[in-house]
Design a protein. Structure first.
Length: 328
């Protein structure tokens, strides 16, 4: 039996990975900040290890006896009151996992990176070919760039790492967290009066889990794989939601100029109130960046097939209804 350590097991990426590992008979240990809270959120059979990726000692203790690591944890938000959180969690947390994995000699290190580390031209398809050498505009993106470089540097030290690069992940999850799922639920409940301009690429959470497991089992060390189905504007997404929830509406789209003005004012107010702005600058940049990742490499090398947005959304909304997340 393979013993696995996973971070982020209560999240949209880590949860379905944990389910699959348990189903195939692997031993799964999850590093969690609160075992009491996590017990209801992780699949049955997952062992809980109290700790935090930013606490090296807890990481060292959790990895003991594990031969495979899935590092899925991270801060995906585009705004934090303390921007140092991105460095502590995304960068130093990854460094702690890498150092512990090297010290114990794991057989595989599966790292959940992001499409944001690649170079692209807005509106044009891109693949895994070129890592962007320039710092990205947001704290989140820069932290993920630095974390990715830490894992790359560790390859030369013998870390058997593979890299997965999901687009915006939606689908079954133990909690309705900020991100694509929250937007989809808000659209269904008519809680969004105006759509922001732009959009983003998406991928179904179950497909992301499948990609991670296949890469862990068969990908060459250093392999990189974009996991993405397609790019959609928020208006496209609203229309897809309406097909699943007929009472939903397709709100009008706010012009970019107005969105930028609201974002700028909100960011200044947030510095005083210490509360998230209505439109975080990083979130607006994400929507404006017109990112069009292509997953042909994963489809060929991992025999990976993404679920269509309509099919994935139907399954997602069935889950939302079961959880009561669409109730008024």
């Amino acid at each position: 039996m393979t013993q696995v350590l996973i971070t982020g097991a209560t999240g949209t990426v880590g949860h379905p990975i944990s389910e699959r590992l348990i189903a195939r008979g692997d031993g799964v240990r999850a590093l969690v900040r609160s075992p009491e809270r996590a017990r209801a959120l992780v699949p049955d059979g997952v062992e809980l290890a109290a700790g935090d990726v930013s606490d090296a000692a807890s990481v060292d203790a959790a990895i003991e006896g594990c031969s495979v690591v899935y590092h899925c944890a991270g801060l995906p938000e585009q705004w934090r009151e303390d921007v140092g959180d991105f460095q502590r969690v995304n960068v130093e947390g990854t460094r702690n996992l890498v150092d512990a994995a090297l010290a114990t000699g794991v057989e595989r290190f599966v790292y959940t990176s992001t499409i944001d580390v690649f170079a692209w031209t807005p509106g044009e398809p891109f693949d895994e070919t070129t890592i962007d050498p320039e710092p990205r505009p947001t704290h989140y993106e820069r932290s993920k760039q630095e974390a990715d470089r830490i894992v790359v540097a560790a390859l030369d030290r013998g870390l058997p790492a593979v890299f997965l690069h999901p687009a915006g992940v939606y689908g079954r999850a133990p909690v309705l967290a900020p991100g694509a799922n929250e937007v989809l639920a808000q659209l269904a409940k008519r809680e969004i009066p105006m759509l922001l301009p732009g959009g983003f690429p998406v991928v179904y959470s179950e497909d992301v889990a499948d990609g991670h497991l296949t890469a862990a089992d068969s990908a060459p060390v250093g392999g990189r794989y974009i996991l993405s189905e397609a790019y959609y504007t928020l208006a496209d997404m609203a229309r897809a939601v309406q097909r699943q929830a007929p009472d939903a509406k397709v709100p009008p789209v706010m012009p970019f100029a107005i969105a930028r003005a609201v974002s700028a004012v909100g960011e200044r107010i947030a510095k005083v109130t210490k509360k998230p702005p209505l439109i975080p600058r990083g979130g607006l940049y994400f929507l404006e960046s017109d990112s069009r990742p292509v997953s042909a490499h994963a489809q060929k090398e991992l025999d990976w097939t993404p679920t269509s947005f309509d099919d994935g959304l139907a399954r997602t909304f069935a889950h939302f209804r079961e959880r009561g997340w669409l109730d008024a």
